[in-house]
Design a protein around this ligand. Structure first.
Ligand SMILES: [Zn+2]
Length: 134
């Protein structure tokens, strides 16, 4: 996709999420005390307020929970249409990632499609995108 994505400011909380793609890993913060996940990444568990949290690589698969097709070229050079989807991650209860579905025509995207993460690197940030699986 030809999108210049908004660049996150890396810090101790989000670095593992935005750079995990360099190792092919989708890292989500997990609590060492209650075992629950916290996203967006924070150094504090959103379930039990423990500071015993650390990034953990998750499966990187999931299903499309909801999506929309963007037809608007709202900035120069943007290739349209493209799909913005909310992906419910396998094995990561309560965590949804809003991202793009790439690698297929937009009219082949449906609710509940199975997807798998893929990464697009721009300037040291590995953006997690999703492709249809299988
Ligand atoms: Zn916790």
């Amino acid at each position: 996709m030809n999108i210049s994505r908004p660049r996150p400011k890396l810090d101790a909380e989000n670095r593992a999420f935005w750079t995990g793609g360099s190792e092919g890993k989708l890292n989500i913060m997990r609590c060492g005390d209650c075992g629950q996940y916290t996203h967006p990444p924070k150094l504090l568990c959103r379930h039990c307020q423990s500071e015993n949290v650390a990034p953990q690589a998750v499966a990187g698969t999931g299903v499309i929970d909801t999506y929309t097709i963007n037809y608007q070229a709202w900035m120069p050079g943007l290739e349209v249409p493209f799909v913005i989807a909310r992906v419910k991650l396998d094995g990561v209860p309560g965590v949804y990632l809003t991202s793009n579905i790439v690698g297929c025509p937009v009219d082949e995207v449906e609710f509940d499609d199975r997807v798998r993460v893929t990464f697009e690197e721009q300037d040291g940030i590995w953006y997690p995108l999703f492709r249809k699986a299988g």
